[in-house]
Ligand binder design. Structure first.
Ligand code: ZN
Length: 432
């Protein structure tokens, strides 16, 4: 068989192969199944084979139609999966960054009209074409940084019409980019200003009006709730996620991000797909999570960027047996969109090993959004989503933070980045 695409001359190929049925935990997160000096054959957008160079080139090479990517001694890893983003929003909040630098906290900025409420006002007023353009720009940016599968939340509409409009834009983006996007309904982000002092009525609106429409029109796979001080209580989150589950949606919880408010325990109790942030989760919460299928999605870019240096206890989580994933939490107030940068933060500030960080950014992140059967590892038959990175070993990825190490991004078997690459005589030349 001739391959459509052949990647050769990789010093290391990280496959994470053969174990996609369940998220990886404990020591298994450090076992990446690396092939040295190997090659990869791609056919019809999917991985056809990964193995020793000679074997793959003999079995799959030899056609002038085969595009050959020379990895030039770099490392090949599965395409990165970002299971938690708020990338669709209008307006700018760069000034809040300066307020933080001057000493204001997240809750102080929110009380002065900043934060989520501000973006909600701007997003409600945005035209559909404008939101589509913003979404495309952010997705292009993240693709260049190596993110090939991505979750996008609504949550800046906070009315039935505006939340549905956001989800329709996400659906449109998903149709434009096959196999890339997973939609999450986050109507329970915060209570919008017009429901101030009557939060119960907003919860009723979520349950009676928004959720049935979202589920009925299949506009999202997940329902997420921000369970924390200044957002929704554990009891409200339990009601909302219960209603979502009854309508066939899976659930996620923004849990214990700002305070120890009980979100992690709730996620474990109700069997959420993920408990996200868990910065303030207790040891007992994490031990409880370890006994469930709920994945802890750790988001170290948020405390880093918000100058709120309380990171999730990743060591405790992994050593207790919690399945850990990583995400960017890219949003209007935290511009970090690179999963490679998040892997650096995970190693430096949460003491994760580079192997654990890569597992958390690929197969476990894919599990957190229900895509582990399609992406997250280089198994035969999965989508050919992968990166060539300019390092001798995956273990060097965190060390080279700030350096542009992404040499090529391949999505569904096509080289999509860098933009400057060109093809000559069947050989793909990645221009510097
Ligand atoms: Zn979030």
């Amino acid at each position: 068989m001739h391959a459509d695409l052949l990647i050769r001359n990789a010093r290391e190929i990280v496959t994470i192969a053969g174990r996609s049925e369940a998220p990886l935990r404990g020591a298994a997160m450090r076992d990446l199944r690396v092939v040295d000096n190997g090659a990869i054959a791609v056919k019809n957008g999917a991985i056809a084979a990964v193995g020793p160079r000679r074997e793959i080139e003999t079995g799959f090479g030899g056609s002038p139609d085969t595009v050959v990517v020379d990895a030039e001694g770099g490392t090949v890893v599965p395409g990165l999966v970002d299971p938690h983003t708020h990338l669709l929003f209008a307006g700018r909040r760069e000034d809040e960054f300066l307020m933080r630098v001057a000493g204001a906290s997240y809750l102080e900025i929110a009380s002065k009209g900043g934060g989520i409420a501000r973006t909600t006002g701007q997003t409600r007023n945005a035209r559909r074409e404008e939101l589509l353009g913003i979404g495309r720009r952010h997705l292009d940016l993240m693709l260049r940084q190596g993110t090939t599968t991505i979750e996008i939340k609504s949550g800046y509409g906070l009315s039935t019409a505006s939340e549905i409009a956001m989800l329709e834009v996400i659906q449109c983006l998903a149709e434009e980019r096959p196999g890339t996007i997973v939609a999450t309904f986050l109507g329970a982000h915060v209570t919008p200003p017009e429901f101030r002092d009557r939060q119960k009525d907003y919860v009723d609106l979520l349950i009676r009006e928004m959720l049935p429409e979202v589920a009925g029109r299949r506009l999202a796979e997940y329902c997420d709730v921000f369970c924390d001080r200044g957002a929704f209580s554990v009891e409200e989150a339990r009601q909302i996620t219960g209603a979502a589950a009854a309508l066939g949606l899976q659930t996620k919880v923004h849990a214990d991000e700002l305070t120890h408010s009980g979100g992690t325990a709730l996620a474990a109790e109700i069997g959420s797909a993920s408990a996200d942030h868990v910065n303030f989760a207790s040891d007992v919460d994490l031990e409880r999570l370890a006994g469930t299928a709920t994945i802890a999605v750790l988001l170290p870019a948020t405390p880093f960027f918000l100058l709120a240096p309380r990171y999730a206890d990743a060591r405790k989580a992994i050593d207790s047996g919690v399945a850990v994933a990583l995400g960017t939490d890219f949003n209007p107030t935290s511009s970090i969109s690179s999963m490679l940068f998040v892997m650096f933060l995970a190693c430096l500030h949460m003491r994760m090993d580079p192997s654990e960080a890569l597992t958390a950014a690929t197969i476990n992140a894919a599990h957190a959004i229900g895509r582990a059967d399609q992406v997250g590892s280089l198994d035969r038959g999965k989508r050919a989503d992968l990166l060539v990175v300019d390092v001798e070993s995956y273990r060097d990825i965190p060390f080279y933070v700030g350096r542009d190490i992404v040499r090529a991004v391949i999505k569904n078997g096509q080289v999509v980045a860098p933009v400057g690459w060109r093809q000559a005589g069947g050989e793909a030349i990645i221009s510097p």
